[in-house]
Design a protein around this ligand. Sequence first.
Ligand code: GLV
Length: 369
Amino acid sequence: MTQRIRVFATCDIGDALNILRQKGYDLEVYPQPEAPPKALIVEKVKSGVQGLITTLRDSIDAEVFAAGKGTLRVVSQLAVGFDNINRADANKYKIPFTNTADVLTEATAEFAFFLMGALARKLWPAEHLTRDNQWGYWHPFLPFLGDEVTGKTVAVIGTGRIGLAMIKKCAGFDMDILCYDPAYENREYIQAIQETMDLRFERGISRDKTMIRYTTLDDCLKSADFISLHVPLQRPGEGSNPTYHLINESTLRSMKPTAMLINTSRGPVVDETALARALRENWIAGAALDVYENEPLPADSPLRDPGLADRCRLLPHFASAGRITRLSSDPEKGMAGRCVQGLIDVIEGNYGGDITKMPYVVNKEAFAK
Ligand code: GLV
């Protein structure tokens, strides 16, 4: 009798797991909503599972890979980001890991866009006014006004998939767009957006001419009304373009006092202590965050200061949290489907068993002949 394939999932990722059950895999799912302790992951891997399904909450490093030496064949992560997985360690142990890029691109970009709008138009304080029965009269400017997004300048920091999708959405709102990416520029896409902007103006759809261009980080920070972050997290020493604390006291001070920051990338890209100070001392006008240096956001975070609540939106790492995006079993639509398919590709030797050809494997470099 052939041995059943054993898989441990650190989290229930929904119905897509039935694909593995139907294939006869021996699947164990950590039953709690919280992340399992690292020691449990190590124990499961040591016990010989061939597949490990992870989320961004799990720290997957040399200890885990060493525990799976000779048995663990794939780590399949339900996320596009993989800063919780030590790539060098994965490569050392020659264990492929997969991610769920693409399927969350539009959901994450639209969430960044909505955060920008909610912050600018003061949706949260305005709703509070109504709910708290403080809406005493209609008045042209009291008790406060918001700022329009339409016609403003947005800086998109990071022009990978999600940054480009954000650009597409901002272009639809007749925004001028500044782009910065230290590692990857897609000038063809930016040119196509400029052409659609020009056409919208020529055909009378947009009232004003708008523009998009790549520029320096400094120009983005100094010139933009909104700064939206779409870079991966790279801590110092992890790569040639570290993004850890890219937004810090000095970069915050160079923004306009009316500027607003949106972060849907990774928390440590922003120095939160500096950001809280920037908001308190009005170096910038607002921030909307979906990700944090420590998640969940600690009770004593300076960002929770009630004095900042009118200009600081705090969301619970929610950008990809659309039903289809998170849970669809279809690998072309859902993170869960893509996560499961990535695992199956490796375990079942799809693509002729050539890991470098498997679309969802991240660390292909470790398997190049
Ligand atoms: C979410 O943050 C992800 O990386 O998928």
